[in-house]
Design a binder for this molecule. Structure first.
Ligand code: DC
Length: 232
């Protein structure tokens, strides 16, 4: 455990595959504990949106240097409960979740230069502690000294169902469910098989299977772990 005098509280990381409920869970856990929430996926989405808005041809994205990504001017501004993502000084939210961005973000996140360009930004968000950070490499790469690391998993079909409900479909049909499951599976494969910072469980992470858990139960389970470890 780190004893950094500037820390106001521990860092809790939540990693796991797409649709495992990381972001909504991390947000709710942070609120309950009075911590900030960092959604690192939003940063990769911002890089992707920044590229789509730029004059760089999509075929050239893979050749960009770290400086090329830094020039997209992605930043984080402290907000009441966490961080607001900015592109060129302007707040971005729902624009980060369009299909254009979602279809390309995994590729952008697989590029070493893109990952390097936002590493410092993410670590800075944690420098005072009191943070719940969610993503794919929070416990393995960005915050290897985090006091509590959670690896969230859930069955593919359950994740697809949750994702569809999030998108407003109350009773998705079988075809919609199968399509969503395939899309999540494709993204997971890409995120797990890349060579840099792949999606994987940190050795010291606690695995939490949320397939059978209601949202409130998974939030409570993580808050309980934080209490058990006397982190609070
Ligand atoms: O959590 P999300 O769906 O918003 O993440 C978007 C993409 O970014 C996803 O394909 C994986 C990638 N990502 C990553 O590689 N590392 C992170 N720490 C967070 C997200």
């Amino acid at each position: 455990m780190r004893t950094d005098s500037r820390r106001e509280g521990p860092i809790i990381t939540l990693d796991g595959p797409a649709g495992s409920g990381k972001s909504s869970t991390a947000k709710a856990v942070a609120k309950r504990l009075g911590f900030r929430h960092l959604d690192s996926g939003a940063l990769y989405r911002a890089l992707t949106l920044g590229l789509l808005r730029s004059s760089v041809e999509e075929a050239d994205w893979e050749n960009l240097s770290e400086q090329g990504f830094t020039n997209l001017d992605i930043n984080l501004e402290t907000s009441e409960n966490g961080f607001q993502v900015l592109i060129r000084g302007k707040a971005v939210d729902s624009e980060l979740r369009t299909p254009e961005v979602t279809d390309r973000v995994s590729f952008v996140a697989s590029l070493p230069a893109s990952r390097q360009s936002i590493l410092g930004l993410q670590r800075k968000a944690g420098e005072d502690g009191g943070l719940v950070a969610d993503g794919r490499d929070m416990g393995t790469v960005v915050f290897p000294h985090a006091e509590l690391k959670i690896y969230l998993i859930a069955d593919l079909e359950e994740r697809a169902m949750r994702r569809l409900r999030e998108m407003g479909g109350d009773s998705p049909d079988d075809l919609g469910l199968a399509q969503q499951a395939r899309a999540l599976d494709t993204r997971d494969r890409s995120d797990s098989q890349r060579t840099i910072s792949p999606l994987k469980k940190a050795e010291d992470a606690i695995e939490l299977d949320t397939t059978e858990l209601a949202f409130e139960e998974q939030v409570q389970a993580i808050a309980d772990l934080a209490h058990q470890l006397t982190l609070l």
